[in-house]
Design a protein around this ligand. Sequence first.
Ligand SMILES: Nc1ncnc2c1ncn2[C@@H]1O[C@H](COP(=O)(O)OP(=O)(O)OP(=O)(O)O)[C@@H](O)[C@H]1O
Ligand SMILES: [Mg+2]
Length: 254
Amino acid sequence: MLAEVTATRYITPLREGGSLPGLVEGDDLHTYVMKFTGAGQGRKTLVAEVVCGELARRLGFRVPPLVTIALDPVLGLGEPDREVQELLRSSGGTNLGMDFLSGALGFDPLAFAVDPEEAGRIVWFDALVNNVDRSWRNPNLLMHRGDLWLIDHGATLIWHHNWPGAESSAARPYDASDHALARFAPDVEAAAAALAPLVTVDLLAEVAAEIPDVWLADEPGFDTPDDLRRAYARPLLARAAVIHQRITGIEGSK
Ligand SMILES: Nc1ncnc2c1ncn2[C@@H]1O[C@H](COP(=O)(O)OP(=O)(O)OP(=O)(O)O)[C@@H](O)[C@H]1O
Ligand SMILES: [Mg+2]
Protein backbone atom coordinates (compact mmCIF):
# COMPACT_ATOMS: atom_id res chain seq x y z
CA MET A 1 0.00 0.00 0.00
CA LEU A 2 1.17 3.48 -0.81
CA ALA A 3 1.61 5.83 2.13
CA GLU A 4 -1.46 8.00 2.74
CA VAL A 5 -1.44 11.71 3.42
CA THR A 6 -4.19 14.31 3.63
CA ALA A 7 -4.05 17.55 1.65
CA THR A 8 -4.02 20.57 3.93
CA ARG A 9 -3.32 23.37 1.44
CA TYR A 10 -3.53 23.84 -2.31
CA ILE A 11 -0.43 25.84 -3.26
CA THR A 12 -0.47 26.42 -7.01
CA PRO A 13 -1.26 24.74 -10.33
CA LEU A 14 1.63 23.37 -12.44
CA ARG A 15 0.52 25.17 -15.56
CA GLU A 16 2.74 23.23 -17.96
CA GLY A 17 0.90 19.98 -17.21
CA GLY A 18 -1.97 19.14 -19.57
CA SER A 19 -4.00 17.55 -16.78
CA LEU A 20 -3.49 20.55 -14.47
CA PRO A 21 -1.56 18.82 -11.70
CA GLY A 22 -1.12 21.02 -8.65
CA LEU A 23 1.31 21.53 -5.83
CA VAL A 24 -0.21 20.75 -2.46
CA GLU A 25 0.97 20.54 1.10
CA GLY A 26 0.21 17.35 3.02
CA ASP A 27 -0.53 16.90 6.71
CA ASP A 28 3.04 15.55 6.99
CA LEU A 29 4.22 19.06 5.92
CA HIS A 30 5.75 17.69 2.69
CA THR A 31 5.09 19.31 -0.70
CA TYR A 32 3.59 17.01 -3.33
CA VAL A 33 2.74 17.17 -7.00
CA MET A 34 -0.89 16.09 -6.92
CA LYS A 35 -2.77 14.41 -9.77
CA PHE A 36 -6.53 14.57 -9.47
CA THR A 37 -9.18 11.87 -9.93
CA GLY A 38 -11.45 14.55 -11.39
CA ALA A 39 -9.00 15.46 -14.19
CA GLY A 40 -9.30 14.48 -17.87
CA GLN A 41 -9.10 10.70 -18.20
CA GLY A 42 -9.82 10.26 -14.52
CA ARG A 43 -8.71 7.42 -12.36
CA LYS A 44 -7.17 5.22 -15.09
CA THR A 45 -4.43 7.80 -15.54
CA LEU A 46 -3.69 7.51 -11.85
CA VAL A 47 -3.67 3.70 -11.98
CA ALA A 48 -1.14 3.88 -14.84
CA GLU A 49 1.03 6.23 -12.76
CA VAL A 50 1.05 3.75 -9.88
CA VAL A 51 1.67 0.63 -11.98
CA CYS A 52 4.46 2.22 -14.04
CA GLY A 53 6.00 4.24 -11.22
CA GLU A 54 6.15 1.32 -8.80
CA LEU A 55 7.36 -1.10 -11.49
CA ALA A 56 10.06 1.33 -12.66
CA ARG A 57 11.22 1.86 -9.08
CA ARG A 58 11.56 -1.88 -8.52
CA LEU A 59 13.57 -2.18 -11.75
CA GLY A 60 16.05 0.39 -10.43
CA PHE A 61 14.86 3.60 -12.10
CA ARG A 62 14.65 6.89 -10.26
CA VAL A 63 10.96 7.79 -9.78
CA PRO A 64 9.65 10.27 -7.18
CA PRO A 65 8.05 8.41 -4.24
CA LEU A 66 4.28 8.06 -4.68
CA VAL A 67 1.58 8.51 -2.04
CA THR A 68 -2.19 8.71 -2.00
CA ILE A 69 -3.60 12.09 -1.03
CA ALA A 70 -7.02 12.38 0.60
CA LEU A 71 -8.75 15.55 -0.53
CA ASP A 72 -11.66 17.32 1.09
CA PRO A 73 -13.29 19.28 -1.77
CA VAL A 74 -13.87 22.12 0.70
CA LEU A 75 -10.24 23.02 -0.02
CA GLY A 76 -11.40 24.33 -3.40
CA LEU A 77 -13.86 26.86 -2.03
CA GLY A 78 -11.29 29.60 -1.59
CA GLU A 79 -9.67 29.13 -5.02
CA PRO A 80 -9.98 32.18 -7.26
CA ASP A 81 -9.37 30.20 -10.48
CA ARG A 82 -12.60 28.54 -11.68
CA GLU A 83 -10.81 25.69 -13.44
CA VAL A 84 -8.89 24.81 -10.27
CA GLN A 85 -12.04 25.17 -8.18
CA GLU A 86 -13.88 22.68 -10.45
CA LEU A 87 -10.98 20.25 -10.35
CA LEU A 88 -10.82 20.26 -6.55
CA ARG A 89 -14.60 20.02 -6.28
CA SER A 90 -14.71 16.94 -8.51
CA SER A 91 -11.74 15.19 -6.87
CA GLY A 92 -12.96 14.46 -3.35
CA GLY A 93 -11.49 11.27 -1.86
CA THR A 94 -8.33 9.46 -2.95
CA ASN A 95 -5.91 11.17 -5.35
CA LEU A 96 -2.29 10.58 -6.30
CA GLY A 97 0.71 12.49 -5.02
CA MET A 98 4.40 12.35 -5.77
CA ASP A 99 7.33 13.95 -4.04
CA PHE A 100 8.06 17.35 -5.49
CA LEU A 101 11.67 17.37 -6.71
CA SER A 102 12.61 20.89 -5.74
CA GLY A 103 14.94 22.58 -8.21
CA ALA A 104 14.59 19.87 -10.88
CA LEU A 105 14.94 20.94 -14.51
CA GLY A 106 13.10 19.51 -17.48
CA PHE A 107 15.44 17.24 -19.47
CA ASP A 108 16.56 18.81 -22.73
CA PRO A 109 17.93 16.26 -25.24
CA LEU A 110 19.97 19.00 -26.91
CA ALA A 111 21.64 20.13 -23.70
CA PHE A 112 22.34 16.85 -21.87
CA ALA A 113 23.92 13.62 -23.08
CA VAL A 114 22.67 10.22 -21.91
CA ASP A 115 24.81 7.10 -22.29
CA PRO A 116 23.50 4.23 -24.47
CA GLU A 117 23.10 1.97 -21.46
CA GLU A 118 20.80 4.32 -19.53
CA ALA A 119 18.99 5.38 -22.71
CA GLY A 120 18.44 1.70 -23.53
CA ARG A 121 16.96 0.96 -20.13
CA ILE A 122 14.53 3.87 -20.35
CA VAL A 123 13.47 3.13 -23.95
CA TRP A 124 13.01 -0.54 -23.08
CA PHE A 125 10.87 0.35 -20.06
CA ASP A 126 8.76 2.77 -22.11
CA ALA A 127 8.28 0.06 -24.74
CA LEU A 128 7.19 -2.37 -22.02
CA VAL A 129 4.45 -0.07 -20.71
CA ASN A 130 3.78 1.48 -24.14
CA ASN A 131 4.56 5.01 -23.01
CA VAL A 132 3.57 7.47 -25.74
CA ASP A 133 4.48 10.49 -23.64
CA ARG A 134 8.30 10.56 -23.60
CA SER A 135 8.86 12.36 -26.90
CA TRP A 136 11.57 14.94 -27.57
CA ARG A 137 8.79 17.55 -27.55
CA ASN A 138 7.64 16.51 -24.09
CA PRO A 139 10.21 14.18 -22.50
CA ASN A 140 8.66 13.89 -19.03
CA LEU A 141 12.16 13.36 -17.68
CA LEU A 142 13.61 15.59 -14.98
CA MET A 143 17.25 16.34 -14.20
CA HIS A 144 17.63 16.46 -10.45
CA ARG A 145 21.04 16.75 -8.78
CA GLY A 146 22.72 15.46 -11.93
CA ASP A 147 20.48 12.41 -12.37
CA LEU A 148 17.59 11.58 -14.69
CA TRP A 149 14.22 10.95 -13.02
CA LEU A 150 11.15 9.50 -14.70
CA ILE A 151 7.80 11.26 -14.29
CA ASP A 152 4.35 11.29 -15.87
CA HIS A 153 3.26 7.75 -16.70
CA GLY A 154 -0.41 8.54 -17.22
CA ALA A 155 -0.36 7.88 -20.99
CA THR A 156 0.75 4.24 -20.84
CA LEU A 157 -0.87 0.77 -20.67
CA ILE A 158 -3.19 1.62 -23.57
CA TRP A 159 -4.78 -1.81 -23.23
CA HIS A 160 -6.44 -0.87 -19.91
CA HIS A 161 -8.89 1.31 -21.85
CA ASN A 162 -10.29 -1.78 -23.57
CA TRP A 163 -9.82 -4.96 -21.55
CA PRO A 164 -11.52 -7.37 -23.99
CA GLY A 165 -8.88 -6.44 -26.60
CA ALA A 166 -5.96 -6.22 -24.15
CA GLU A 167 -4.09 -9.29 -25.35
CA SER A 168 -3.88 -8.24 -29.00
CA SER A 169 -3.23 -4.62 -28.08
CA ALA A 170 -0.30 -5.65 -25.86
CA ALA A 171 1.17 -7.76 -28.69
CA ARG A 172 1.73 -4.65 -30.81
CA PRO A 173 5.18 -3.16 -31.44
CA TYR A 174 6.48 0.09 -29.94
CA ASP A 175 7.50 2.95 -32.19
CA ALA A 176 10.41 4.79 -30.54
CA SER A 177 11.16 7.16 -33.42
CA ASP A 178 9.84 10.18 -31.45
CA HIS A 179 11.36 9.09 -28.14
CA ALA A 180 13.37 11.75 -26.32
CA LEU A 181 16.32 9.33 -26.01
CA ALA A 182 16.21 7.79 -29.52
CA ARG A 183 19.21 9.92 -30.55
CA PHE A 184 21.50 8.42 -27.87
CA ALA A 185 21.91 4.96 -29.49
CA PRO A 186 19.83 3.22 -26.80
CA ASP A 187 21.09 -0.30 -26.11
CA VAL A 188 17.73 -2.01 -25.70
CA GLU A 189 19.21 -5.50 -26.08
CA ALA A 190 21.37 -5.04 -22.98
CA ALA A 191 18.44 -3.47 -21.14
CA ALA A 192 16.18 -6.40 -22.01
CA ALA A 193 18.81 -8.91 -20.91
CA ALA A 194 19.17 -7.16 -17.54
CA LEU A 195 15.57 -6.14 -16.84
CA ALA A 196 13.19 -8.62 -18.50
CA PRO A 197 14.10 -11.48 -16.10
CA LEU A 198 13.17 -9.22 -13.18
CA VAL A 199 9.59 -8.76 -14.43
CA THR A 200 8.09 -11.82 -12.75
CA VAL A 201 4.59 -12.81 -11.65
CA ASP A 202 5.57 -12.06 -8.05
CA LEU A 203 7.02 -8.64 -8.83
CA LEU A 204 3.96 -7.65 -10.86
CA ALA A 205 1.64 -8.83 -8.08
CA GLU A 206 3.59 -6.66 -5.64
CA VAL A 207 3.27 -3.69 -7.98
CA ALA A 208 -0.46 -4.21 -8.60
CA ALA A 209 -1.06 -4.49 -4.85
CA GLU A 210 -0.05 -0.81 -4.60
CA ILE A 211 -3.11 0.32 -6.62
CA PRO A 212 -5.78 1.65 -4.25
CA ASP A 213 -8.98 -0.49 -4.32
CA VAL A 214 -11.18 2.57 -4.95
CA TRP A 215 -9.58 3.12 -8.38
CA LEU A 216 -10.28 -0.51 -9.35
CA ALA A 217 -13.90 -0.80 -8.22
CA ASP A 218 -16.77 -1.32 -10.69
CA GLU A 219 -14.67 -2.06 -13.78
CA PRO A 220 -16.99 -3.86 -16.25
CA GLY A 221 -16.05 -7.55 -16.62
CA PHE A 222 -14.23 -7.82 -13.28
CA ASP A 223 -15.76 -9.07 -10.04
CA THR A 224 -13.12 -7.87 -7.61
CA PRO A 225 -10.22 -5.40 -7.49
CA ASP A 226 -7.82 -8.36 -7.30
CA ASP A 227 -9.17 -9.79 -10.59
CA LEU A 228 -8.40 -6.47 -12.19
CA ARG A 229 -4.95 -6.38 -10.57
CA ARG A 230 -4.17 -9.71 -12.26
CA ALA A 231 -5.33 -8.24 -15.57
CA TYR A 232 -2.80 -5.43 -15.15
CA ALA A 233 -0.01 -7.97 -14.63
CA ARG A 234 -0.73 -10.28 -17.61
CA PRO A 235 0.12 -8.01 -20.58
CA LEU A 236 3.28 -6.76 -18.85
CA LEU A 237 4.49 -10.29 -18.19
CA ALA A 238 3.91 -11.26 -21.84
CA ARG A 239 5.45 -8.08 -23.20
CA ALA A 240 8.59 -8.22 -21.03
CA ALA A 241 9.75 -11.37 -22.80
CA VAL A 242 9.48 -10.06 -26.36
CA ILE A 243 9.20 -6.31 -26.55
CA HIS A 244 12.90 -5.63 -27.29
CA GLN A 245 12.39 -7.40 -30.62
CA ARG A 246 9.41 -5.18 -31.41
CA ILE A 247 10.85 -1.72 -30.91
CA THR A 248 10.92 0.24 -34.15
CA GLY A 249 12.39 3.64 -35.00
CA ILE A 250 15.81 3.53 -33.34
CA GLU A 251 19.11 2.85 -35.02
CA GLY A 252 20.03 -0.82 -35.05
CA SER A 253 16.53 -1.99 -34.16
CA LYS A 254 13.91 -3.44 -36.47
N1 LIG B 1 7.76 15.21 -8.97
C1 LIG B 1 7.97 16.37 -9.60
N2 LIG B 1 8.91 17.24 -9.16
C2 LIG B 1 9.12 18.44 -9.78
N3 LIG B 1 8.44 18.85 -10.85
C3 LIG B 1 7.47 18.03 -11.34
C4 LIG B 1 7.20 16.76 -10.75
N4 LIG B 1 6.19 16.18 -11.43
C5 LIG B 1 5.86 17.05 -12.41
N5 LIG B 1 6.62 18.15 -12.37
C6 LIG B 1 6.53 19.32 -13.28
O1 LIG B 1 5.19 19.50 -13.65
C7 LIG B 1 5.01 19.30 -15.05
C8 LIG B 1 3.69 18.60 -15.30
O2 LIG B 1 3.71 17.31 -14.70
P1 LIG B 1 3.26 16.03 -15.54
O3 LIG B 1 4.04 15.96 -16.79
O4 LIG B 1 3.34 14.87 -14.64
O5 LIG B 1 1.75 16.43 -15.82
P2 LIG B 1 0.76 16.11 -17.01
O6 LIG B 1 -0.46 16.93 -16.83
O7 LIG B 1 0.54 14.67 -17.09
O8 LIG B 1 1.58 16.64 -18.22
P3 LIG B 1 1.52 16.47 -19.79
O9 LIG B 1 1.33 17.86 -20.25
O10 LIG B 1 2.88 15.94 -20.10
O11 LIG B 1 0.43 15.52 -20.14
C9 LIG B 1 6.24 18.53 -15.49
O12 LIG B 1 6.56 18.74 -16.83
C10 LIG B 1 7.30 19.08 -14.55
O13 LIG B 1 7.81 20.31 -15.02
MG1 LIG C 1 4.01 15.76 -18.59
